[in-house]
Write a protein that binds this ligand. Structure first.
Ligand code: MLT
Length: 286
């Protein structure tokens, strides 16, 4: 743990390396309790654009570039999921956001699970998309170590090709080639040191499964039925463990369900938010 848990009052008392750290973000719409989006690895906040476009009329919606990704620099601290979770709380402190609905996809979900366990009072609700609570197996750790060595030696082209084959089903390669290209470009534009650091942070993450029973706020769990990286069985296990949770499976979507099937994804998020806020505004899915 990097520092003591934030007491009920805020802002928190974070170490200087985190306090001075300023992530890039997009902030649209208005409202008291914003929804914050955390992207997966090794992507950036642009992967939430379809959610921001859709939700901004109803809700203040913020997407953040995680440390080392997109337009956010890496800083000096050693990357870890706990550090990224502290960055989230620091961001909320800096923007005077006492509580938020936080939505994380994959690595973003790892960050949400870490943060809510240490700072439960900062969450109104959570959305866990295409993610899991388990830690890496020894084999997965070794694969990540090999990928780090390859990326640092040869650059990220080979890593991008191999990774995309797990991210997307064959159908997406055929039917949404522009999306595949867009995501590939994000990976290629990510500095190879950030890819290596991200792989390391993910590989050393803690297993959060026993923490799920402590989650008290409403949770929406979303998973693409074809997700090969964090498969539906992982989403089902989290649903069983989080008492106040609902599970939505998006048929035909792979690991990036929010980008592959944004209409279905946005509808699930909208219904969940309306349930929480008691809002009855109905508007068409874009
Ligand atoms: C992600 O999308 O964030 C990563 O694929 C997560 C992982 O590799 O465990």
């Amino acid at each position: 743990m990097i520092h003591e848990k934030v007491p009920n009052s805020w802002p928190s008392n974070l170490p200087a390396s985190i306090e001075t750290f300023k992530p890039a973000y997009t902030d649209v719409g208005q409202g008291k309790v914003p929804i914050l989006f955390l992207h997966g690895f090794p992507f950036d906040r642009s992967t939430w654009q379809k959610q921001l476009d859709f939700l901004q009329v109803l809700q203040r919606s913020i997407a953040i570039d995680i440390r080392g990704f997109g337009e956010t620099s890496g800083g000096n601290a050693t990357p870890s999921i706990a550090l990224f979770a502290d960055d989230l709380i620091n961001f909320m402190d800096a923007h005077k956001i006492e509580k938020a609905i936080v939505c994380g996809l994959s690595m973003g979900g790892y960050i949400v699970l870490n943060a809510i366990d240490r700072y439960p009072e900062r969450f109104e609700a959570i959305i866990l998309s295409d993610t899991q609570c388990v830690a890496d197996t020894a084999e997965q750790k070794e694969n990540r170590q090999n990928a780090i060595a390859d990326v640092l030696k040869n650059g990220s082209e080979n890593f991008a090709e191999t990774f995309l084959e797990k991210v997307f089903s064959e159908k997406v390669f055929m039917q949404q080639p522009e999306l595949v290209e867009e995501v590939k470009n994000i990976i290629l534009n990510t500095h190879q040191d950030s890819i290596a650091s991200g792989l390391k942070a993910i590989a050393i993450r803690a297993d959060m499964c026993t923490s799920l029973e402590r989650i008290e706020v409403p949770a929406l769990i979303i998973c693409g039925s074809e997700d090969q990286i964090t498969p539906p069985a992982q989403a089902e296990a989290m649903h069983r463990a989080i008492k106040n949770s609902e599970l939505r499976t998006i048929k035909g979507a792979g690991h990036l369900s929010n980008q592959e099937k944004p209409i279905e994804f946005n509808r699930h998020v909208l219904r969940f938010i309306q349930k929480i806020t008691g809002e009855k505004k109905v508007f068409d899915a874009k």
